[in-house]
Design a protein around this ligand. Structure first.
Ligand SMILES: [Zn+2]
Length: 204
């Protein structure tokens, strides 16, 4: 029996060695490595304001300085930026609009903002610039087409709001809010965010 026990012990020892070698080789191959799950990328706050925007509310803010700063952070240096009286904005787009974007012959496009802080509060200059800039990118992408042709206007506006949402700047999402109020989804879909994100390659 002693001899049988010795043989059994030797066999068990051999089995243990085989298991250890197998585990070591698996470890060496990386199969046993537990990798940390990558954090999901967040669809918002891809840019961060350089300062507390609440500090820029009220009539004291300079819309041009705020808008220039927003465009610089967006990586945009060629779009035309015009800050005009509300009457001039009203003459170009439906009354009460705070801003608009339009294509220009040079292809860079133009953003026009109201200088009236009761219509465009300082707090929302940044997100309004991001919205209008997304329209500028849409114009560049389509060769200055009519963004509102063939009933595409509502979708273009939603993507512009999503371009603004990507910034994480104070939320002013009129078209997203309008859709939600009408019983639609809350916020941007993944494909709408993707569309807004891919438009950024048109930044100049
Ligand atoms: Zn718009």
């Amino acid at each position: 029996m002693k001899r049988a026990a010795a043989v059994l012990a030797a066999l068990l020892g051999l089995a243990a060695v085989i298991v250890v070698v197998a585990l070591l080789s698996l470890w060496a191959s990386g199969a046993l490595t537990v990798r940390a799950t990558p954090a999901l990328s967040r669809p918002v706050a891809e840019w961060t304001p350089v300062r507390d925007l609440d500090g820029a509310t009220g009539a004291q803010c300079d819309t041009t300085i705020a808008a220039d700063s927003a465009l610089a952070q967006l990586g945009e240096h060629h779009v035309g930026l015009f800050v005009r009286p509300q009457s001039a904005v009203d003459a170009a787009v439906p009354a009460g609009s705070a801003a608009y974007a339009e294509p220009t012959p040079d292809g860079f496009g133009r953003i026009v903002l109201s200088n009236d802080h009761t219509v465009l509060p300082c707090r929302y200059v940044w997100s309004t610039v991001a919205h209008e800039w997304t329209h500028v990118l849409q114009y560049r992408a389509c060769g200055s087409c009519d963004l509102y042709a063939d009933g595409r206007g509502p979708a273009a506006e939603i993507v512009a709001d999503c371009g603004s949402a990507l910034t994480g700047w104070p939320d002013y999402y009129p078209y997203l809010n309008e859709r939600q109020a009408a019983g639609g989804r809350d916020g941007c879909s993944r494909s709408e965010l993707d569309r807004a994100r891919e438009l950024r390659r048109w930044a100049r």
